[in-house]
Design a protein around this ligand. Structure first.
Ligand code: ZN
Ligand code: ZN
Length: 345
């Protein structure tokens, strides 16, 4: 039995619960690969898990589902030629057999779980996953950037291209544009030559939103932006809204739309119901659509966008794996803009 370094959490609680420890290194089963982890993104989902706010979680897990690394060993059914391949790991273990999985919509599988929720997570030297969960990354792509392909970038690709189906000439409104999703959504939208109106609540975030490539930035501390969107679009409205906030903004988002627009719901800041004007939805034929995690093809597209520079990863802090508690604390205090990424021991 060989050991590996990992970070686990003793119990639900504050960031200090995260501790470096040694655990048994997993052995690949016949269809698995062992991945040496080079970089792991820290997601807000991990912060919620550690704090005990996600049902079904148990303490003592290895968290983290945004993983980039290199195949170190393979099971008996996997070709040894894959050893040494640089990969990202699709973040959910799905059944592979339901009608959604067979249609390539692993994001809809009802028999799946996210890596790190029940072991197998990224805050470790190695992880073991089914070979089909690994996606080869383009040559030359930095491991830290690649670690963002599954979650912030992949989720943005799903919402903007998969659900809203925006393309050249589409006018897209992004709410909460200064957040981790918004900053990547702006770039994904620009990669298909859409034009982007970004809404943010503070002047200081407006600067970073402009840097991400937004064509217009509306600073709306009072969350009132539809009048300005109306003016910017010559009273035409927007073709799609990527709603990262929803609480306190949903009515304004609906009022900002063109006919036949799609309003994609990603945010749930207030975790409570919001009001909707059915008359407005009917008259404008607005489609309201939920969006969640990326599909395999979204992840491949994300890797391509990161590799060709169309999407620049927003990384706020790079920490060594043993310092992940500091990363959690920074995120809880909202004192980091962009992803915290772990790299090196
Ligand atoms: Zn994530
Ligand atoms: Zn399935």
């Amino acid at each position: 039995m060989s050991l590996m370094k990992a970070v686990t959490f003793r119990d639900f609680g504050p960031p200090e619960m995260l501790q470096v420890t040694e655990v048994e290194r997993p052995e690949p089963g016949p269809a698995d690969v062992l991945v040496k982890i080079h970089a792991a993104g820290v997601c807000y989902h991990d912060v919620l898990s550690r704090a005990g706010k996600i049902p079904r979680d148990r303490p003592n897990q290895i968290l983290g589902h945004e993983i980039a690394g290199e195949i170190a060993a393979v099971g008996s059914d996997v070709t040894p030629e894959r050893i040494g391949e640089r990969v990202v790991i699709y973040q959910r273990l799905s059944c592979g057999a339901c009608r959604y999985c067979l249609d390539g919509r692993h994001d809809l599988c009802r028999n799946s779980r996210v890596l790190g929720e029940n072991g197998g997570g990224g805050y470790a030297e190695f992880t073991c996953v089914p070979a089909r969960n690994t996606i080869r990354m383009p040559d030359g792509l930095d491991m830290k950037a690649a670690a963002l392909a599954v979650c912030p970038v992949g989720t943005s690709v799903r919402a903007a291209l998969g659900v809203a189906k925006i393309g050249p000439g589409s006018v897209v409104l992004v709410t909460g544009a200064g957040g981790g999703l918004g900053l990547h959504q702006i770039q994904v939208a620009k990669s298909v030559n859409a034009s982007v109106i970004a809404v943010t609540s503070t002047e200081e975030k407006a600067e970073v939103v402009r840097r991400a490539g937004a064509d217009e930035v509306v600073v709306a501390p009072d969350l009132k932006f539809s009048r300005e969107v109306w003016r910017l679009t010559a009273k035409q409205g927007v073709d799609a809204v990527l709603e990262n906030v929803v609480t306190g903004t949903f009515g304004e988002s609906l009022r900002s739309t063109a006919q036949n627009a799609t309003v994609v719901v990603l945010g749930n800041i207030g975790t409570r119901p919001v009001e909707m004007d059915p008359g407005l939805v009917i008259v404008r034929r607005i489609r309201i659509a939920g969006s969640g995690n990326a599909t395999y093809s979204d992840v491949r597209r994300s890797l391509h966008l990161l590799a060709n520079g169309a999407v620049k990863p927003f990384i706020g802090e790079v920490l060594r794996f043993p310092d992940v508690a500091r990363g959690h604390a920074l995120m809880e205090a909202k004192s980091v803009v962009g992803r915290v990424v772990l790299n090196g021991w």
